[in-house]
Design a protein around this ligand. Structure first.
Ligand code: GCU
Length: 686
């Protein structure tokens, strides 16, 4: 059963239904593949392994077959039989990384075509076909033509070479131990399989905070990257590295890292040549500059376009990309200063530079203007930048959302971000539209997520947090997928398709984010966590600190006035009509009320409750809802292997205790501030 947990959604459960087995076996006994490449090898491995496990038969993989039922996997133009069944409009409709799967009838033959223009596309098509089996769907009339909607579909690792993971909640790094590569490379290969099965095509291999040892990854420690590259390239995944902007000083022995200095330029160019000598298809650099004490162009009175473009010039001859993070703000703010607003920082830094970045620079923007809180508005940089390549950055690892001890399925949160209409080019310019690159006519757009995996057997600490990794990947492929579809797929592939299981588990997942939100900080205010590790309630933990993260609660009200009329003016950074919507108390979405407005505790919400009563109610309800999660899980005993059943149960019980702590700390804080009673007279500590 450990094995099941380890394989996640690729555990390929054996089918017991004999008639379905017979149906499948007709097609799957014979697989025709008549090409060779390292990605094709991965395809062969995966199709063989999955059919073996799902059907219990060993398929014949050959470059032809005499059988009249079979599967054929080949690129367009590589197999006459396949080509003769492709229509011109199909060939046009398939993008570089897309695929077509269709069942074809001809004379005595009935077979399934998986085809594409690239090896990557074939790999994605193969995984799609395998998922069809996992979902126990029939093969007789397949017709699927899919293209990824987002060009760059990336995972960011915050792993350090010593094996620790910044904000990691599932054990140690699966890559590094004691400043070297781990011994278990098979596990890394399995990780690559998991990622490519959901369409991921890029990965950054080390923490954005780049220390002394990690800086050496582009120097004498490049052999580590080479080995990882060899693994990931077989699954169509490009490798990137986070680099320290001060590398010329740290490892080059130069006196400066000034981006306009000739020697510095030359140094980076030589570095680039060196890297590409070792890693011919290297993706590029991810850079956190002038952010939280990381060095950057500001030290030399240069701006972020100077910094990014200098690196971009070094990588351009090799087609490398510079992914430059927008997470730039003053982390030495004085809490007494009420004019500075951290939420405005990224916008104010990057909007003046719009249009100045070279074509191989991409700005990576966190979903919200602060930092991965349970709820934030969309970062107004999306909707601001018109002439700059952009990547959306999400956090799969649950730093502020329960650290993989609490169940918090983030797909519904991400969907809200992706669906948000920025009105950049008028109505209909959603975040997912922007990151498709289509409105900009560019392929240098995409989405990145901070990984939630570690070396725990189940990869993610909480078994159900595997759903966040799966869901993230599926959304990178198609941000328009419905949350319910993604959830069902994940459950079926991971646990099987018992109907009770599907019902309870999808309820649990789909509601878990709002449940977590209920018992933690209210209405978009965020940050009521213990400083440093960010786990557990501490209402004033960040109130008098330097981080620019305040709630401004007093006896009468709470919230940050970010309006143009009387506050920091953050609302003005949005396009119309979003500006008006956020600016006014009446039209501001209530779940974000305290993010945008300072509100009296006796302000009446739309449901006619006062703000204070809403805080009490949601906190009591949140804990009851966790009990409901437990009840739903308990009903699944026996439908799930005992190991995973017990693991999840123990996390849920821990979540409940911790939710009570949240409830009581928050309610007590606000009761003491306001001296307003709970209308329902529940227990609050006076
Ligand atoms: C958060 C997180 C840090 C991380 C930073 C970043 O603030 O707490 O650990 O380094 O984000 O995204 O760079």
């Amino acid at each position: 059963s450990n094995e099941i947990d380890y394989q996640c959604w690729l555990n390929y459960e054996h089918i017991k239904d004999q008639s379905l087995l017979n149906e499948y076996a007709k097609y799957l006994k014979n697989i025709v593949i008549n090409e060779n490449s390292y990605i094709i090898d991965s395809i062969k491995d995966e199709i063989y392994y999955s059919i073996n496990k799902i059907l219990g038969i060993s398929p014949l993989i050959n470059n032809y077959t005499n059988s009249n039922k079979f599967i054929t996997i080949s690129k367009i133009g590589k197999n006459n039989l396949v080509d003769s069944f492709l229509k011109d409009e199909e060939i046009i409709a398939i993008d570089e990384e897309g695929f077509l799967i269709k069942t074809v009838n001809s004379h005595d033959k009935k077979f399934i075509i998986v085809t594409s223009k690239s090896d990557n596309g074939l790999l994605y098509g193969t995984f799609y076909l395998i998922r069809t089996l996992q979902e126990k769907k029939l093969l007789d009339d397949l017709y699927v033509l899919e293209n990824p909607k987002t060009p760059l579909r990336m995972i960011n690792h915050w792993d350090n070479l010593n094996g620790n993971i910044e904000r990691g909640y599932a054990g140690k790094s699966i890559f590094y131990r004691n400043y070297e590569l781990v011994d278990n490379l098979d596990r890394i290969r399995d990780y690559a399989r998991l990622l490519s099965s959901v369409g991921i095509n890029a990965i950054s291999l080390n923490n954005v905070n780049v220390g002394k040892e990690e800086a050496r990854l582009i120097d004498d420690k490049i052999y580590i990257v080479e080995t990882l590259y060899e693994i990931f390239k077989r699954y169509g995944i490009k490798v990137f590295l986070s680099v320290n902007f001060a590398s010329p000083i740290m490892i080059g022995g130069l006196k400066t890292a000034d981006p306009l200095n000739k020697e510095v330029n030359e140094w980076w160019k030589k570095r680039a040549n060196f890297i590409y000598d070792h890693i011919p298809e290297f993706g590029g650099f991810l850079v956190k500059a002038d952010s939280e004490d990381q060095p950057g162009p500001y030290s030399y009175n240069r701006n972020h376009a100077d910094g990014a473009n200098m690196l971009a010039e070094a990588l351009a001859p090799h087609n490398g990309l510079i992914i430059w993070r927008a997470f730039v703000y003053n982390c030495y703010q004085d809490w007494r200063d009420q004019n500075t607003d951290r939420a405005k920082a990224a916008y104010e830094t990057f909007i003046p530079l719009d249009g100045q970045f070279l074509d191989n620079v991409i700005i990576q923007i966190k979903n919200g203007p602060m930092d991965f809180q349970v709820r934030e508005p969309v970062n107004p940089l999306f909707g601001g930048l018109k002439k700059t390549n952009q990547i959306l950055e999400l956090q799969i690892t649950q730093e502020y959302t329960g650290q993989q001890k609490h169940l918090c399925y983030l797909v519904p949160q991400w969907k809200e971000v992706l669906d948000f209409d920025t009105y950049l080019f008028g109505e209909g310019t959603s975040v997912s539209e922007i990151i498709s690159g289509v409105p900009f006519n560019s392929k240098k757009f995409g989405i990145a997520g901070v990984s939630n995996v570690g070396d725990d057997t189940n990869w993610t600490g909480h078994t159900l947090a595997q759903a966040n990794l799966y869901g993230y990947g599926r959304l990178t492929w198609n941000p328009e997928l419905k949350s319910s579809q993604i959830t069902d797929e994940w459950i079926k592939c991971t646990f099987g398709n018992n109907s009770k299981l599907l019902e309870n588990l999808s309820n649990m997942l789909q509601n878990s984010w709002t449940i977590y939100e209920k018992y933690t900080s209210p209405l978009g205010i965020g940050w009521m966590v213990n400083p440093g590790h960010h786990y557990g309630p501490n209402v004033d933990g960040y109130e008098y600190s330097r981080w620019g993260t305040y709630h401004r609660a007093n006896h009468f009200g709470i919230g940050v006035d970010r309006t143009l009329k009387s506050g920091t003016g953050f609302t003005r950074l949005y396009q119309q009509p979003n500006f008006e919507m956020f600016e006014h108390l009446e039209s501001c979405p209530e779940e974000l009320l305290l993010f945008f407005h300072h509100v009296s505790y006796i302000y009446k919400l739309k449901n006619n409750k006062t703000l204070i009563q809403h805080i009490y109610d949601t906190h009591f309800e949140g804990v009851e809802d966790v009990q409901e999660l437990i009840n739903q899980w308990i009903e699944l005993e026996g439908l799930i292997d005992n190991k995973r059943y017990q693991d999840v149960l123990s996390r849920l019980l821990e979540q409940k205790e911790h939710a009570k702590e949240w409830r009581d700390v928050i309610n007590t804080y606000f009761y003491r501030k306001t001296m307003i009673y709970d209308e329902k007279c529940r227990k609050i500590y006076p």
